[in-house]
Design a protein around this ligand. Structure first.
Ligand SMILES: Cc1ncc(COP(=O)(O)O)c(C=O)c1O
Length: 404
């Protein structure tokens, strides 16, 4: 997209093959073939903001890449970003830096629930929400999202019932991957009422918080909290500015005791070292990435509309809910009448497109696929055309079988 005033061209082809990119270079091991258009793992095919590249180049020019500190200016860049973009005031002392958000989910499970105790998650949801609980020996309690009036909602009644099954913690995904919901204030207020009643600690994974489309507004749960609420927020510039490979995120924890509890887990694994490159990328992104993000969001939103319209017109068998945020779309493929195994094979072998099977987001994802739209429109179009041709062939074969 030229014409965004910044000379940023999201339509530009940037070849990612042979850059050790998981999305491109792991295709053979994940899909059994590299002949698929990769629209799966959650990074985007766009160049990061120029300010990030410049900061990395400058750092690289200093030829010693030794053990590094987190500078105060890095904390301040994040504080300023959340104050100006989200109206949320974060105190310096509340911030605990962490390698990635997923390690923080593991650490929170270990810090706030004992082995065998319950942690509530709301599927369909990002697979590490399951695995962070299971791999740490805690117990998953599922509060599945409900489809109500054309959108996914949290089932707050069922959540109260879940809380009574010995749950210690709830992991919220806000905005929600994979269904693209941006939770409204009143929904989060309802959630807080229940977590207060049942003394549940909430880990709010707000990694997608900046990727919100027109007409919707991200509410940071922690900014709505009272002193009695126990809320930990996981944040990162990684999705916002397309720098997830940098591996640096942050936890915001207002309560000193809770902060210590997480810190003890990290310390026990010696997970403290800052990477000289992730430090400069993090700070440059939050300090200077705003205009890049402002150009990105309309591009993503028009990609989302493009996919929805294309499917409505050409592949009505696949329904796509309107996403309110994220660059992930949730495709309802149940009308194709396939098992999850067949659906996965169909997209790889017949359509030549590499997506995430919905079933990997929990049983509630059966019959669905997740597509990543953080790419060039032309590539999305090619993928959609391949999907259209494969579905048409599938429908023709099924009809032929019926008329025989
Ligand atoms: C909700 C959510 N949390 C966390 C992550 C990954 O976080 P990290 O790479 O910092 O571990 C993702 C990536 O897709 C995500 O969607």
């Amino acid at each position: 997209m030229r014409g965004n005033g910044l000379g940023i061209d999201f339509d530009q082809l940037i070849t990612r093959e042979h850059t050790e990119s998981v999305k491109f270079d792991a295709r053979k091991s994940v899909f059994g073939t590299d002949q698929v258009i990769p629209l799966w793992v959650a990074d985007m095919d766009f160049a990061a903001p120029q300010a990030v590249t410049r900061a990395l180049e400058e750092r690289a020019r200093h030829p010693v890449y030794g053990y590094s500190l987190f500078p105060e200016s890095l904390y301040q860049s994040m504080i300023d970003w959340f104050a100006s973009r989200h109206g949320w005031h974060i105190e310096r002392d509340w911030i605990l830096l962490a390698p990635g958000v997923v390690p923080s989910l593991h650490a929170a499970a270990m810090a706030f629930a004992a082995e065998g105790e319950g942690i509530i998650i709301q599927p369909p949801v990002y697979p590490p929400f399951f695995s962070s609980v299971q791999k740490t020996g805690r117990r998953v309690i599922e509060n599945p999202l409900q489809w109500v009036d054309g959108e996914y909602r949290m089932d707050l009644e069922h959540l109260a019932a879940c809380a009574q099954q010995g749950a210690r913690m709830l992991v919220l995904c806000s905005p929600h991957n994979p269904v693209g919901r941006v939770w409204r204030r009143e929904e989060l207020e309802g959630l807080l009422e229940i977590t207060r009643q049942h003394d549940l600690l909430v880990v709010s994974d707000d990694i997608h918080c900046d990727l919100v489309f027109d007409g919707h507004r991200q509410q940071m749960l922690a900014s709505m909290a009272t002193r009695e609420d126990r809320i930990i927020t996981a944040l990162a510039p990684s999705k916002t500015f397309n720098i997830p490979g940098m591996g640096l995120s942050a936890l915001v924890i207002a309560d000193a005791g809770q902060r210590q509890a997480i810190k003890r887990v990290f310390d026990s694994l010696h997970m403290q070292q800052a990477n000289p490159f992730s430090i400069v990328a993090f700070e440059a992104a939050y300090r200077h990435g705003g205009p890049w993000l402002d150009a990105l969001l309309p591009y993503l939103q028009s990609n989302m509309q493009f996919v929805r319209q294309y499917l409505q017109q050409h592949v009505p068998q696949i329904r796509c809910a309107q996403a309110q945020g994220t660059y992930l779309l949730w495709l309802d493929c149940r009308a194709l009448g396939m098992t999850d195994g067949q659906l996965k094979a169909f997209f790889i072998q017949k359509a030549g497109v590499g997506l995430n099977p919905g079933i990997s987001f929990g049983a509630a994802g059966s019959g669905y696929m997740r597509i990543n739209i953080g790419t060039r429109r032309a590539l999305l179009q090619q993928a959609l055309e391949q999907i259209r041709d494969a579905v048409q062939a599938h429908v023709a074969t099924a009809l032929g079988r019926e008329s025989r």
